[in-house]
Write a protein that binds this ligand. Structure first.
Ligand code: KG4
Ligand code: ZN
Length: 344
């Protein structure tokens, strides 16, 4: 590992789902992180892949320009271009990948491919300008919960990770989003369920845990259980959702979070680690954050909870992962193509 000068400037590009994001970091320090969301999907109750790739095409140049300007650097200062190769929506990934390839070629700097899920985890190592925050010590366990993934990951080093448990079907974020759709809430429903849950009683209704072995999760049965629960109650009282929205959200959210801990706690105990992190969009959930703090105190864990801006998809997490790969000279060539499925 050799760096020729003190600072390395990395441009990160993220386009795996419905957020177009670009970030500039200087070593581990974030100088900018600009994200354009896509409101176009709200009315469809989920991301429409074709609309997402078109919006990425419109957004990518202004977003990258804004990230460079906000960082106060010149294009020529950039030492490497890191981009999300996968997992994600193929058409969306293609926009970021093609842009990163041509930008790196134009600047004559290395191109670095990044695994989006590793990015969510390594976001814990980002520092904000003028701040020094405590970071997890290796090995640690990270519960990575997003709209596409639910994984318990043993993080042995920056780039050495092992998935020790994951979902066999839907992700935790989907369990939130699909339930929100049943309740008539717009996409993405996770933040809205969280908001209503804060005003409700988590014990008002109860659900059962899916039966899965070891550290494996399953959220598709939970979603069906929820749909049946709502439909049965609506048949008896067609104002059920409206009258009980807060309690329904509180009970369902609490159940999902309990299920996440049901697997996470024994995994942490088995591997004997003391540093425990959460990452991914669902790590923005207020109950998950609060319960992790409480469990941490009870179990003597050091817990790491990302700032909100680093929970959902962002390019700073791609840039930092790219930075560690850059130090290892782990570069991609111009023949690299995006992959919708990509393991950690
Ligand atoms: O990581 P992310 O931005 O995109 C993927 O890589 O999937 O995660 C998006 C997911 C969505 O399912 C969204 O509903 C969920 O994160 N989410 C939340 C909250 N904020 C975002 N779920 C529950 N509570 C929240 N506060
Ligand atoms: Zn994500």
């Amino acid at each position: 590992m050799s760096i020729t000068h003190k600072y390395s400037y990395i441009l990160g590009i993220e386009s795996s789902c419905d957020d177009t994001s670009a970030s500039i970091i200087r070593n581990t320090e974030m100088l900018s992180n600009v994200t354009a969301g896509q409101a176009v999907h709200e009315k469809y109750g989920g991301v429409v892949p074709e609309l997402a790739s078109r919006a990425h095409q419109q957004n990518i140049i202004p977003v990258v320009d804004a990230a460079i300007e906000e960082a106060g650097i010149n294009k020529k200062d950039i030492d490497a271009v890191a981009f999300t190769r996968g997992p994600g929506l193929l058409g969306s990934l293609l926009v970021g990948t093609s842009f990163a390839k041509s930008f790196a070629m134009g600047l004559n700097v290395p191109l670095v491919e990044v695994n989006h899920m590793k990015g969510h985890i390594l976001a814990h190592f980002l520092q904000k300008q003028g701040e020094t925050k405590e970071v997890p010590q290796f090995p640690f366990i990270c519960l990575t919960v997003s709209g596409g993934h639910t994984q318990i990951v043993l993080v042995k080093d920056y780039l050495e990770m092992e998935v020790i448990g994951e979902t066999m079907d839907d992700a935790a974020g989907e369990a939130f989003d699909k339930a929100a759709k049943v309740l008539g809430l717009p996409y993405p429903g996770g933040p809205l369920i969280d908001k209503h849950a804060q005003l409700g009683n988590p014990n008002a209704f109860s659900f059962t845990f899916p039966k899965t072995e070891g550290y494996t999760y399953s959220f598709s049965g939970l979603k069906t259980q929820f749909m049946n629960f709502v439909r049965n109650n609506e048949q008896k009282n067609n104002g059920f959702i409206q009258e009980h929205l807060n309690d329904i959200c509180a009970a369902y959210q609490s159940h999902i979070i309990s299920y996440l801990f049901k697997k996470l706690i024994p995994a942490v105990e088995l591997y004997g680690v003391t540093d425990v992190a959460i990452a991914g969009g669902v790590s923005a959930n207020s109950e998950l954050r609060n319960r992790l703090k409480m469990v941490g105190i009870e179990k003597g864990w050091n817990v790491f909870i990302p700032e909100f801006q680093f929970c959902t998809d962002n390019a700073a997490m791609i840039a930092i992962t790219g930075y560690y790969k850059y130090l290892n000279k782990d570069f991609s060539d111009q023949t690299v193509t995006p992959l919708a499925r990509l393991k950690i």
